[in-house]
Design a protein around this ligand. Sequence first.
Ligand SMILES: [Cu+2]
Length: 130
Amino acid sequence: MRSGCSVVAVILLLGVACGGSGQSTGSGLPILQGSDDPSVPYGIVAIDYHFHDAHPSIPLDPSRDVTFTNDGAVTHNVTFPELGFTKDLPVGATITIRNLGEKLGGAGTYAFFCKYHYAAYGMGGIIVIT
Ligand SMILES: [Cu+2]
């Protein structure tokens, strides 16, 4: 007597790569790391020493909230020169900027950076507002 046991293989597609591939939105990517659901905040994750999903961001509605989460091992920072906004992002912390595109001034591309690691590592990103 055998017990029929079927194994279901679950393949996890992980690892949306960092550098260079951030511009392909909606072109066949099976999984977007940053949510494309306009009803939830757009999430950007800081690691050491990079901002995921901000090279550039997907085009965001001006009313979209944007979160920055530090998934790295050291304190990072989020600075938007246009806004005069600069805030430290401790390990494990998340900050939310509501209606980011409205605050930035509407359609356009806007640079932000980590003030601690921009010079040494180029730790910055681009927000695209539609
Ligand atoms: Cu940093």
